[in-house]
Write a protein that binds this ligand. Structure first.
Ligand code: AMP
Ligand code: ZN
Ligand code: FE
Ligand code: FE
Length: 299
């Protein structure tokens, strides 16, 4: 049994291994009603995904995942139902992707100094046209036999506290929320608890410190259903959602073969989440329209 809803997935437009068409076809076969594609800093996969979903029973939500951080921890912001053609939005995503290239290059240089040379050209080939990320560097390390699994690359070298880690240009969490909301999207805080497939070695997020910053910026959801979250974590996050009046969203964080091995639709997300997001999004849009706020006008 697959869930009818999966609001977190990656394609070859970032560090997933399924092209958008293959991901959407898999989701259709599995009977999903709504799939959100949320590539890192990119919506390049969305047109192909929308074309594949057209005429099927599946509704494709154009999405994005933006990596930001606070001292000691990663904060990822999901954006749903974004007007992805918005030029201000795309300009920012492009800048984020460019900083990824520079950062990957510097990680490769650090790895060489540590005695683990990999060819920059090979890392670029692995990333293809997608937003380059650490999983691509990890794959190159694996191919050279320096590590025996992809997580090992993060644990030993390119995790946040690893010797080959390099920082890059990032938005603040508030800026990422504002970017999504400015592109008419619905913003949700991704995997707020540091367990599961995307867990980094960093600290837990201090939600009671973070949410007072993000809710006024326009945060509307929090990812409560997520691969690897045990029931007590889900319950804890549902309570947080209730306290802050956020919609509890959820998704698998599907990446295909490679670092995260869960399948699309293989996390239990209640179907009612679809309507809750839609209603909340519509209300937020009406309120913003009344205030005359869009990215174009604020640019
Ligand atoms: P980046 O976007 O370049 O900072 O890379 C972050 C991505 O690497 C995450 O979205 C995951 O896909 C993957 N990742 C992060 N931590 C780990 C880990 N410990 N093991 C495997 N994959 C990871
Ligand atoms: Zn990823
Ligand atoms: Fe993430
Ligand atoms: Fe993700």
């Amino acid at each position: 049994m697959y869930s009818k809803v999966d609001l977190h997935s990656h394609t070859t437009a970032s560090d997933g291994t399924y092209p958008p068409r293959a991901l959407v076809e898999t989701a259709i076969r599995r009977g999903l009603r709504v799939l959100a594609i949320t590539d890192h800093d990119s919506t390049e996969g969305i047109p192909e995904a929308l074309a594949t979903a057209r005429g099927s029973g599946l509704v494709l939500w154009p999405g994005v995942e933006i990596s930001t951080d606070v001292p000691g921890a990663e904060v990822h912001i999901l954006g749903y139902c974004v007007e992805f053609r918005n030029p201000v939005f795309q300009g920012t995503l492009r800048r984020l992707r460019e900083s990824r290239v520079d950062r990957a290059r510097r990680m490769v240089a650090k790895l060489a100094k540590l005695g683990l040379p990999v060819a920059w050209q090979r890392v670029q080939e692995i990333a293809g046209n997608g937003a380059i990320g650490r999983p691509h560097v990890a794959q190159a390390l694996l191919e050279r036999g320096y590590i025996s699994s992809l997580p090992e690359a993060f644990n030993r070298y390119i995790g946040r506290t690893g010797p080959a880690y390099v920082e890059r240009y990032r938005l603040t969490p508030e800026e990422a929320v504002q970017l999504v909301v400015g592109a008419q999207g619905f913003a949700s805080l991704a995997h707020p608890v540091n367990v599961g497939p995307a867990a980094e070695t960093g600290e837990q997020l201090d939600l009671e410190a973070l949410l007072p910053r993000l809710v006024p910026a326009g945060l509307a959801g929090i990812e409560a259903y997520y691969t690897g979250y045990p029931p007590e974590i889900v319950q804890q996050l549902l309570r947080v959602a209730g306290r802050w009046n956020l919609v509890a969203t959820g998704g698998s964080d599907f990446h295909g073969r490679g670092t995260l091995t869960v399948g699309v639709g293989e996390v239990a997300v209640p179907e009612q989440v679809i309507d809750q997001v839609r209603e909340r999004h519509a209300r937020q849009q009406r309120e913003r329209a009344a205030q005359g706020k869009t990215l174009r006008q604020s640019a």
